[in-house]
Ligand binder design. Structure first.
Ligand code: ACM
Length: 649
């Protein structure tokens, strides 16, 4: 609240100590001004941006005037804080002024083109105006405005010697999709309430408006449910492990189960409010019937498997056999029992409270990757099949999903599940999140289900974005250029039913919040442009130029990102003589790659890569580094030749 107080305080004297530090410049002809030539780098690309003659210079006395100002409080706070922190100038909020610096206007008559979230942004030589139909539009307009400032606006402390000039522009902008989501898995690793707030702060910079909160999984139950205390006394805690998740040695009985955490209901209310203030909805996910080991370890009676009394919250040890593909073969039964009425009573209790805590219209109930091998052998499930006339195990899951949907609907909410819910006969009112590729979403749209596109091929941000030699190992890769190809409204789909697009950040291999950021950016830039900007506005070259500008912004904002675009892609094959042929392909243009085979670290005075390499016979290591002109931009990558030999097999 301290900063709120600051912006309400009127600046009494303009020659404050901060103002002294802004060096005044001799006037330059407009055409020569660096800012006139500076690249405009807004992400996501607006619908329309017209550059005009002239520049706007931030004055010493800055005032923001807002119509219907209560609703615009957050937009004012965000903008004022950013300006005050980086420039050291005070920003006053005024209700009347002859010529406020920045005007935020809610249109008295709605402008149909702008819809609920669109805005117009006019930067003129002496005034900035943002207008919108709704406060959300003003908020997104403020994000674009901040991106028009010099990059130093992102600084966490005052920056001296900056010319606070902006190019004059007219922007008209509105989103392609009303659901622009990022999924955050806080179950595999727990992230604190403050980290979730930071996640929200980061996502709104790029106009994401939906946080899909993956709250439960085999590794943790993260939300307090009154009347079911073991969910958080037992289900929220595992044994701390560090290394490669999925390959950990099973914990012993006496290792402390103190790793994890959960959100109290008060925490959840605080997060929901925090998100709402920033025009973000939070959609909770309770992932059932699979992915439920934390719930089962807390209440073993929810399982059909008697041995569940011995089950523990997963600490990253192997519990599934994926060798024959999906659905996996469970080594421990991590499913809720579809044939046990206690399960539906349990879910009723959980969903009743979830529905009250989260105002968003949807509750996501999972449904993915439920292994069926324990159900196939279970007498209770067999009896259920007979009683209900279910012929196949997928029909058993469909029965479960329909019962869960009834509970969700009885609490006044809409039911959403991962695309596996389409199997075995889905209810016509269920909404689908398509993840196993676009085709399930395309089919769901044809079958008239509301759906959100979040396909693994384009939108799984837990996948590796650079060579596996530099990344925590995950079973698949997604480079930035592929993420940029994400089209949430693909050919063949009925667009009427595509309510959104989103990217998913699973956190099995993400142990801390810096790595969360590293995995998000810049790929979430690509997703944001895919779900906001018109497809004809997307342009890879322009996107990369803007991405590089935003790297400077993230550096100043102290947000981590991946520099993977500067790392070459390694491809290997063998020639007729069985020699290893190594190709290095930069992901973007304008890079020079230098290399060594002699174990020393290359720089730009080393051999430059110009074509496929053959490793000298005795070489054990290929080291590469990437430059842009004289500036090193890539990471030093040390690639064992033995690794490449394996890849060439
Ligand atoms: C998923 O990735 N299992 C939805």
């Amino acid at each position: 609240m301290k900063n709120l107080f600051r912006i309400f305080s009127i600046c009494l004297f303009s020659a404050n100590s901060y103002a002294q530090s802004i060096i005044s410049e001799p006037e330059v002809a407009e055409g020569d001004s660096p800012v006139a030539q500076a690249q405009i780098a807004i992400i996501p690309e607006p619908v329309s941006l017209m550059k005009k003659a002239g520049t706007f210079t931030l004055p010493e006395n800055i005032s923001i005037q807002a119509s219907k100002s209560e609703d615009l409080q957050q937009a004012i706070v965000v903008l004022s804080e950013r300006i005050e922190t980086a420039t050291g100038k005070f920003v006053s909020r005024v209700t009347t002024a002859n010529h406020p610096t920045i005007k935020l206007i809610i249109n008295p008559q709605p402008d149909a083109q702008l819809g609920m979230e669109g805005y117009k942004l006019n930067v003129n030589p002496t005034q900035i105006v943002i207008s919108a139909n709704k406060p959300a539009g003003i908020f997104w307009g403020v994000q674009s405005l901040i991106q028009l400032f010099p990059v130093e606006i992102e600084s966490k402390e005052m920056v001296e010697n900056v010319k606070w000039k902006l190019p004059c522009v007219d922007v008209i902008d509105y989103p392609k999709l009303g659901w622009r989501g990022l999924m955050f898995d806080v179950a595999r690793h727990f992230f604190t309430k403050e980290e979730v707030k930071k996640f929200i702060d980061n996502m709104v910079r790029y106009k994401f408006n939906l946080l899909h909160f993956h709250l439960t999984d085999d590794e943790g139950w993260r939300i307090e449910i009154k009347g079911l205390p073991k969910l958080t006394e037992v289900g929220a805690w595992s044994v701390q492990k560090t290394g490669t998740f999925g390959d950990f040695i099973p914990p012993t009985a006496n290792e402390p189960r103190t790793y994890g955490g959960f959100y109290t209901q008060e925490d959840i209310k605080e997060l929901v409010q925090y998100a709402q203030d920033r025009f973000v909805n939070i959609m909770p996910e309770i992932d059932v019937p699979g992915h439920s080991l934390a719930a089962i370890a807390s209440y073993p009676e929810l399982s059909c498997t008697p041995d569940a009394v011995n089950y523990k919250v997963r600490s990253g040890e192997k519990i599934m056999d994926w060798s024959r593909g999906a659905p996996p073969l469970a080594l421990v039964d991590n499913t809720l029992c579809p044939a046990n009425e206690k399960v539906y009573t349990f879910l009723d209790t959980v969903i009743t409270q979830i529905a009250k805590l989260f105002p968003f219209e949807y509750i996501h109930m999972g449904g993915d990757e439920a292994p069926h091998n324990f159900w196939e052998k279970n007498d209770q499930v067999k009896a259920l099949m007979q009683r209900e006339g279910l012929k196949t195990i997928p029909q058993v899951q469909a029965y479960f999903e329909k019962r869960v949907e009834q509970i969700v609907v009885s609490k006044g909410k809409k039911f959403m599940g991962w695309d596996e819910i389409l199997e075995g006969g889905v209810s016509p009112t269920a909404s689908v999140m398509s993840w196993r590729g676009l085709k399930y979403g395309i089919q769901a749209s044809k079958d008239k289900h509301n759906l959100v596109m979040s396909p693994t091929d384009f939108a799984y941000l837990d996948y590796m974005q650079a060579d596996q030699i530099t990344e925590p190992k995950v079973y698949a890769s997604l480079r930035l250029n592929k993420a940029y190809q994400f089209n949430p409204i693909p050919a063949g789909a009925d667009p009427k039913f595509i309510i959104g697009g989103q990217a998913n950040l699973w956190t099995e291999q993400i142990f801390n919040f810096r790595q969360v950021q590293y995995m998000l950016w810049p790929r979430a830039f690509a997703i944001s442009e895919s779900v906001w900007s018109p497809i004809e506005k997307k342009n890879w070259t322009s996107f990369i130029d803007r991405t590089e500008e935003h790297f400077k912004r993230l550096d100043l904002a102290e947000i981590k990102y991946s520099p993977a675009i500067y790392d070459p892609v390694f491809t290997v094959k063998r020639n007729a003589d069985k020699q290893l042929i190594i190709e290095l392909t930069p992901e973007i243009e304008g890079l020079d790659i230098y290399y060594s085979f002699d174990n020393s670290s290359p720089d730009r005075f080393y051999p430059k890569y110009t074509g496929a390499l053959t490793a000298p016979k005795d070489a054990s290591m290929l080291r590469v580094i990437t430059y842009k002109g004289k500036q090193v931009v890539g990471r030093l990558i040390s690639m064992p030749i033995s690794d490449l030999q394996k890849r060439a097999k």
